[in-house]
Design a protein around this ligand. Structure first.
Ligand SMILES: [Zn+2]
Length: 148
């Protein structure tokens, strides 16, 4: 009995660790409804995740929180750190002042795009101007696909 409880707890801890350190792509984060689409580690499956359910085999078999649910939990905590309106303003300011260095991409943790902008001076300024327009019109997303 004790052994099973322990291993059960250890397994849940293992899932929490995975949620923190395993690479998982979170898409369509919906902060209001607390849902998201999370890509499987191999990128071949997409799971629809809420704080109490997930469409992955692990959850379906066990009906207990899987790593995707923990990941969603962590992501929601992470992204509620800054108020959305605040974030929008910061990104806009960064883009206007240092957009050709990709500062707004680094801020939203989209490092690939940030590096590209750094090397090409904001896609030769075209990308930079376009991003200012996109942010101002509320069509710029962070790395979770959430509009800022
Ligand atoms: Zn899952």
């Amino acid at each position: 009995m004790g052994y099973f409880e322990n291993s059960e707890a250890a397994q849940q801890q293992n899932r929490r660790n995975k949620a923190q350190f395993e690479h998982m792509v979170v898409r369509n984060l919906d902060r209001t409804n607390k849902t998201a689409i999370i890509e499987s580690a191999d990128g071949e499956n997409f799971y629809s995740v809420t704080l109490s359910s997930c469409t992955c085999p692990d959850f379906i078999n066990r009906q207990k929180p899987c790593k995707h649910i923990y990941k969603l939990e962590n992501t929601l905590k992470e992204t509620t750190a800054a108020a959305p309106s605040n974030k929008h303003f910061i990104v806009f300011l960064l883009c206007v002042l240092a957009g050709y260095f990709g500062a707004h991409y680094f801020y939203t943790k989209r490092y690939g795009m940030g590096l590209l902008y750094l090397c090409t001076a904001g896609l030769f300024c075209f990308g930079w101007f376009y991003d200012i327009y996109r942010i101002a019109s509320g069509r710029f997303c962070d790395k979770y696909g959430e509009i800022l």
